[in-house]
Design a protein around this ligand. Structure first.
Ligand code: IMP
Ligand code: MG
Length: 183
């Protein structure tokens, strides 16, 4: 009975991949780099929901600049055996981005399509600059050319959960990054 409920809840066995201390140390470094690079400027942090939430909350507290915060949502839908995903971007951006320095904040970049679509969308709004920061990147999985200026960690082609990242909408609340064990 327990295992049936577990399956219903989308239970996946996982192992620790990056602990809180390691993640926090890296986020502090990212905050320092961003604060230095944008010194004298103000920043619009544009979080990509929902995977950005934990990372963004931590990162913004380590950025020593005037910062405004905005969110957009992105969802990718896979159609049958077709390998292409449709990326659906939702949520209007209420802050005018023209002439602003925009930093897109992602939890994870996999194929790079989501980040690429968002950067193109923002670029049309004539910002002063648009860059990407992601907690995790899977460089071997990129399928489009995407310039990621700031990244926390590069990982292999594996599925990870926690620290905002989900499997079937679960596990975002884990305070560390876990690697799903495929068995
Ligand atoms: P993209 O392939 O770079 O467009 O990424 C699409 C989305 O897939 C990401 O924003 C995540 O929401 C999700 N994703 C990709 N890899 C993982 C993973 O390992 N764990 C959890 N979500 C993932
Ligand atoms: Mg997801």
């Amino acid at each position: 009975m327990k295992s049936v409920q577990g399956k219903k809840a989308g239970f996946k066995p996982f192992e620790l991949m990056l602990d809180q201390k390691k993640i926090n140390q890296r986020i502090i470094q990212l905050g320092e780099s961003i604060s230095t690079d944008y010194a004298g400027k103000s920043l619009v942090m544009l979080g990509v929901l929902k995977g950005c939430i934990v990372f963004m909350a931590d990162l913004m507290r380590h950025i020593k600049l005037p910062v405004e915060v905005e969110f957009i949502s992105a969802a990718s839908y896979r159609h049958g055996i077709r390998r292409e995903d449709d990326i659906v971007i939702g949520g209007g951006v209420s802050i005018p981005l023209k002439g602003r320095h925009v930093l897109v904040v992602e939890g994870i970049v996999d194929t790079g399509r989501t980040a690429s679509v968002i950067v193109q969308k923002i670029a049309k709004m004539e910002p002063a600059s648009v860059e990407v920061v992601t907690l995790l990147d899977k460089p071997a999985s990129h399928r489009v050319k995407i310039n990621i200026k700031y990244k926390g960690f590069s990982i292999g082609n594996e599925f990870v959960i926690g620290f905002g990242l989900d499997n079937a909408q679960m596990y975002r609340n884990l305070p560390f990054i876990g690697r799903v064990i495929d068995n």
